[in-house]
Design a protein around this ligand. Structure first.
Ligand code: FPP
Ligand code: MG
Length: 297
């Protein structure tokens, strides 16, 4: 099924009859396609399900193309990023093509679906603005972190579940709620893996968030536990690279059991997601939560 979605995206791009777009997009990889897996689990037999998956994946790709320019990232999913190979201008424009083509295809869907996706892209962009603003200095306000991850990550996961439920004629509020909580758990797991994960499995260098100016949950939890002197030291390592910073941070994280604390929070969000759809009896959606919580990359 996932292969069919990829070929749907290719067909959609082929229809633009522009060899530069085809060439640039041949360098993109699609990753785990979590959002499509959710849509397929909710509306598996709907005639427009592949089209909806392709739209959501194109928006996801557009946002990551732009995000890699913003973050000056040189790799994505273990491969060189488009901005690294073809420059920022091409990466931005390819993102715009994906984004606009997705909206063009969205026009053939129910207005409720189009509205949910359009609103979601506003949230994605707001979350990204928050992320950029927050990267100027270490910020210890957890509320900003929650708002940022909810907009930047959970929104598209929630919209994917909601739109699939609308397509299938189900109680879409429950599925949206499921997606929102799953999305938050997903981002926390990502933030945990950045600190404690295996670089080879992740396809990116370990502990890159803090160095890139992201004060993620493990750092916020750690900050709360440290004495004033160590709080200042942690702040002094913000946006810094180097073995001293990494070793010091990791030692403090381990002393303060930050892995367990953050994982408990991620699991609580996983539980909330499961509770939202407890009466729906959808085993696929249940196992997606568990796979996501226990993933290594
Ligand atoms: C990755 O964050 C970024 C996102 C999930 C969203 C980015 C959103 C935009 C750039 C808004 C524009 C949207 C469109 C559709 C054009 P990250 O940097 O924390 O994660 P990473 O480690 O995967 O890069
Ligand atoms: Mg990024």
């Amino acid at each position: 099924m996932l292969e069919k979605i990829k070929s749907h995206i290719n067909q959609s791009l082929q229809s633009l009859k522009n060899e530069n777009i085809i060439h640039l997009s041949s360098y993109l990889s699609h990753g785990k396609m979590l959002r499509s897996k959710l849509i397929l689990a909710i509306a598996p037999n709907h005639p427009k399900v592949l089209e909806l998956c392709a739209i959501i994946e194109m928006i996801q790709s557009a946002s990551l193309l732009h995000d890699d320019v913003i973050d000056e990232a040189t790799s994505r999913r273990g491969e060189a990023s488009i901005n690294a190979v073809f420059g920022n201008k091409n990466a931005i424009m390819l993102g715009d093509v994906f984004y606009s083509q997705a909206f063009y295809e969205l026009l053939s869907f129910d207005i409720k679906i189009a509205r949910s996706v359009a609103k979601c892209v506003v949230r994605l962009s707001s979350g990204e603005i928050d992320d950029v603003m927050m990267s100027n200095a270490f910020q210890s306000d957890e509320r900003l972190y929650w708002r940022m991850i909810s907009d930047k990550t959970a929104s598209l996961i929630a919209t994917s579940s909601e739109c699939a439920a609308i397509l299938e004629g189900l109680d879409f509020e429950k599925y949206k709620n499921y997606g929102e909580n799953l999305g938050i758990a997903f981002q926390i797991v990502d933030d945990i893996l950045d600190v404690f994960g295996d670089e080879k499995k992740l396809g990116k260098p370990a502990m890159s968030d803090f160095k890139e100016g992201k004060s993620t949950l493990p750092y916020l939890l750690l900050y709360e536990k440290l004495n004033n002197q160590d709080k200042q030291k942690l702040k002094s390592f913000f946006r810094q690279d180097g073995i001293e910073a990494r070793e010091w941070i990791l030692a403090r994280m381990n002393e303060n059991n930050i892995f367990d604390l953050a994982q408990k929070i991620a699991r609580d969000y996983g539980q909330k997601a499961l509770k939202a759809i407890s009466k729906e009896k959808n085993e696929h959606l249940e196992s997606i939560v568990n796979e996501m919580i226990f993933r290594q990359y």
